[in-house]
Design a protein around this ligand. Structure first.
Ligand code: GDP
Ligand code: CA
Length: 306
């Protein structure tokens, strides 16, 4: 069975982990968000792709929710002592990956090929691909002006109220090699429980990807990132309230209008009228078993739609 997943960082990676547990990983393609990418110390950092690599490679710091387990911070501390701007946290091991990626990009290897190569090194049997190899960057419009995504998310702790989002480079961005094939060959398309505006939004901002999913011949299922109307972590609930008019499952479904056939959402959100098939279950991914159960709920939803 081939399943193609659209994913941001943490929520998406945890869901993907459950999916790899539920079906043969060789059939799984994960399309990751690159709107969060940035340059730090001249190095290209892809936080969401890296969260996917670390989580599916079994080397993520689960407690912290980002970065690598057993991380140390000597390089960043040294940079800080020497007066560098060091608000974006990069551990020593993490930096090693960014160095290897910078070297490969410098040689002309596309981000998609680099990501696939790193996944193989980490022993990941699924394909992990960036939505695009082109430059695509998320900007956040706030009451304090327009901010680059990480400036808003990390440096300003996503405090400034969001008025809108913009995806720089989206008009000309092409799907990365493998992405359209992954969608074409899928038996099921899943939108992971990721932030609809800043994790999934930049993926759909690539016209070819949105068009491929809009024209799908197989079921597409989204999993809500909200539980009881609240984000497990991060600003998704605030963004939905502000940009979609509310935080119940119908507002999540509306973010994906025409792009999904079913929405998996948490039982604590109660009964809601949806334009797509509702699948109500427990969606908190506390441990490996819960992640797998959530992936299985999405698979069952798809089977029922066929
Ligand atoms: P980021 O790029 O690291 O912010 O990650 P994502 O956009 O992929 O995931 C963030 C979203 O995941 C947040 O909106 C959370 O509410 C959601 N999330 C995290 N853990 C869970 C969980 O256990 N269950 C569900 N349903 N959503 C979750
Ligand atoms: Ca992200």
């Amino acid at each position: 069975m081939n399943v193609t997943v659209l994913s941001g960082g943490v929520g998406g990676a945890r869901f993907a982990e459950g999916l790899l547990d539920a079906i043969d990983p060789a059939g799984v393609t994960v399309i990751g968000n690159v709107g969060d990418d940035l340059e730090v110390f001249g190095l290209h950092v892809s936080p969401d792709l890296d969260t996917l690599l670390y989580t599916l490679g079994g080397v993520a710091d689960e407690e912290q929710g980002w970065g690598r387990a057993g991380e140390t911070w000597a390089a960043l501390e040294t940079a800080d002592e020497l007066g560098a701007e060091a608000w974006f946290q990069l551990g020593d091991r993490d930096l090693g990956l960014h160095l290897a990626r910078a070297e490969a990009l410098e040689r002309g290897e596309p981000l998609s090929a680099i990501t696939e190569r790193f996944a193989r090194v980490l022993g990941i049997a699924a394909r992990i691909l960036p939505a695009t190899d082109d430059r695509l960057r998320t900007w956040i419009q706030t009451d304090d002006g327009e901010l680059p995504f990480q400036e808003w998310f990390v440096h300003r702790r996503h405090e400034p109220e969001v008025l809108g989002v913009r995806f720089e480079g989206a008009e000309t961005a092409r799907a990365a090699p493998g992405v359209l094939e992954g969608l074409r060959d899928a038996d099921l398309i899943v939108i992971a429980p990721s932030n609809p505006f800043v994790s999934i939004g930049p993926i759909f901002a690539v016209d070819e990807i949105r068009a491929a999913i809009a024209a799908r011949k197989v079921p597409a299922v989204a999993v809500s990132p909200l539980i009881g109307g609240r984000a497990v972590k991060g600003p998704a609930d605030r963004m939905l309230r502000r940009l979609a008019g509310g935080t119940d499952p119908s507002h999540v479904a509306r973010c994906y209008k025409g792009l999904i056939d079913a929405l998996v959402y948490d039982e604590s959100d109660g009964e809601v009228e949806l334009e797509v098939r509702p699948i109500v279950t427990r969606t908190l991914m506390t441990d490996a078993a819960a992640r797998r159960r959530l992936a299985e709920a999405a698979l069952e939803a798809a089977a029922a739609l066929r």
